[in-house]
Design a protein around this ligand. Sequence first.
Ligand SMILES: Nc1ncnc2c1ncn2[C@@H]1O[C@H](COP(=O)(O)OP(=O)(O)OP(=O)(O)O)[C@@H](O)[C@H]1O
Length: 322
Amino acid sequence: MSPNLLEVQGLKTYFPIKTGLLQRESGSVKAVDDLSFFVKKGETFGLVGESGCGKSTTGRSLLRLIEPTNGKVMFDGQDITSMSEKELRRIRKDMQIVFQDPFASLNPRHTVRKILEEPFIVHGIGSKEDRLDRVLKLMEHVGLNPSQLNRYPHQFSGGQRQRIVIARALALNPKLIVADEPVSALDVSIQSQILNLLKQLQRQFQLTFIFIAHDLSVVKHFCDRVAVMYLGRIVELAEKRELYSNPKHPYTQALLSAVPVPDPFVKSERIILEGDVPNPAKAPQGCAFHTRCPSASERCRTERPGLLQLSEQHQVACHLYS
Ligand SMILES: Nc1ncnc2c1ncn2[C@@H]1O[C@H](COP(=O)(O)OP(=O)(O)OP(=O)(O)O)[C@@H](O)[C@H]1O
């Protein structure tokens, strides 16, 4: 049996750009541009990069909430990309997503009971009493008071609302949860509580996580392996400790230099990236990062680097190492 829950090969998701009165297609945004990686059963795989680099589109494409343009996604040995809608509905209960903004993902007119009961109703699971029982258990698992069963989302704090979203994601006993910036909208003091809850649930229910974040400080304690994305591509992928202690790609080095160091005796030099992220509709030839890279050579301008295996736990897409 494969140790991997997810295997992704050559995933591409392009969005057409339509212009003019007739909305003619005039190109495409390469939001996800040829990603290949795997996620092991029970691990937390981090996807990190600046806003707009394609993290959310990747997460949604993996679950086919957005249709990928190309590539193959194998989930638990099954090819999701070739599944019919019906087959997909069956397998979707094994793959859930938690979004950044808990308020936007909850129906304001539904009580917690109704919100948490819905997945069971949709999948025809249990009698009314049995469903209530399941809802109460879910509330308990995520640290919500069962007496709040009949409250509405606006009667909860941001952190509690995210607990409701997590409970709903857990309802159908999934194997994989894509957590798309699940703590970014929360107070810093609440962030670690939610991260701890996710970790505890992971152990309790043998969950596999894909954890999306825009900076490397949040994933530091949470992920096992981390992929750094830039303009729709993975530029570096490594086991967490290896990535933090031995970053190879100039972009990862710049991202890491922006992570605050809590020790006043440790001096860290911040690498300031010049220029803006190139427009994904007109991504440059060669390495997408070359316009901002302090070490770019002529080759970086013309030739796109592939992901190079530096060691068993470390891959980098950069001409400095090839
Ligand atoms: N439905 C869409 N139609 C057209 N372009 C899109 C669509 N969704 C995303 N994009 C574009 O695809 C690129 C990647 O967006 P995506 O939201 O995946 O990035 P992200 O890294 O998750 O950013 P953020 O952290 O801000 O959410 C961006 O340039 C975005 O504008």
